[in-house]
Design a protein around this ligand. Structure first.
Ligand SMILES: O=c1[nH]c(=O)c2[nH]c(=O)[nH]c2[nH]1
Length: 291
């Protein structure tokens, strides 16, 4: 009986690449999930561990970042072809390249502020007791927002384990989960929802952020100032870190144009903003927010 190697391929899956193009203060974004997969003269690496024909998956990832910087990202089909052709044209051992790209769509909310299309969920929880009391908590989750500038983070505690460099310009991205409590009877929940949502979006876009905590408070404050029918809002906002890719090994600079969008771990910033005279919600609200 003889055994042989069958079809095979290898590559870097799901490189999360964000490309920002700056037209003065107006920024444009392309947000991609890029997977590359190469095949060719790969018998030796499988049979003997001889890596001489292998272009590392790490290099494939770097290539995606470097070509995004050099050529920009137009249509994903064009960028995928550019990348795939690069691998087969430059590496004799690579006979076939497969490049798969998913693109996440963003809608502009300001010169450098964006909201991701789709995925947003409107929520509510209500409680009623037999004494005729009720509590209504409205909300939303998975509202994904990004500012490509206008965010700083510095001045924090530095101890013997701190390595985070201070920054005066970073991407601020989050997926907002918000729950707000109605003070009494709200006549039009639909209109109220739209107003609170608008406040959250506007305050995120307008706030020059020194921390996500500051942005969180500004969003809650805007909602409470604009919408008298609500008395408290609780926000949970993951800090979806975007790391500027070091392109200097390839002779390229990166003025916050090419980012690695990391998925975990992430900072998780949570807080409540409320009116001084907000009535206690007791059991109903505590139960809803304890999980
Ligand atoms: O806005 C931020 N708040 C933090 O508390 C924090 N911590 C951190 O590492 N990065 C950030 N960013």
């Amino acid at each position: 009986m003889s055994i042989r190697l069958g079809p095979n391929r290898y590559g870097k899956a799901e490189t999360r690449l964000v490309r920002v193009v700056k037209d003065g203060p107006v920024h444009h974004v392309k947000d991609l999930n890029v997977s590359t997969s190469l095949s060719g003269d790969m018998e030796a690496v499988h049979l003997t561990g001889d890596n001489a024909a292998v272009l590392p998956t790490d290099t494939q990832k770097n290539t995606a970042y470097a070509l995004a910087k050099k050529h920009g990202v137009g249509q994903i089909e064009e960028f995928a072809l550019l990348l795939a052709r690069h691998f087969v044209d430059t590496q004799p051992t690579v006979h076939h390249a497969r490049v798969e790209i998913d693109e996440y769509a963003w809608t502009r909310r300001g010169p450098h502020s964006f909201v991701r299309d789709g995925g947003e969920v409107r929520t509510c929880v209500v409680h009623c007791d037999r004494d005729g009391r009720s509590t209504v908590v409205s909300g939303l989750k998975d509202l994904v927002l990004m500012n490509t500038t206008g965010s700083e983070f510095h001045g924090y505690i530095v101890d013997e384990y701190t390595t985070l460099p201070p920054t005066t310009d970073r991407v601020l991205a989050t997926a907002v989960a918000a729950r707000w409590r109605h003070a009494g009877d709200t006549p039009a929940y639909g209109k109220s929802y739209e107003q609170v949502r608008q406040c959250l979006l506007d305050a995120f876009a307008d706030t020059h952020s020194l921390s996500l905590q500051q942005t969180l408070y500004a969003m809650g404050e805007r909602a409470l100032n604009t919408c008298p029918e609500i008395c408290e809002i609780r926000l949970a906002m993951p800090n979806r870190h975007h790391f500027a890719v070091d392109l200097s090994p390839f002779g390229l600079d990166n003025d916050n144009e090419v980012f690695h969008a990391a998925d975990r771990p992430y900072g998780l910033i949570e807080g409540s903003v409320l009116r001084d005279d907000a009535p206690g919600a007791g059991f109903a609200w505590e139960q809803e927010t304890s999980s």
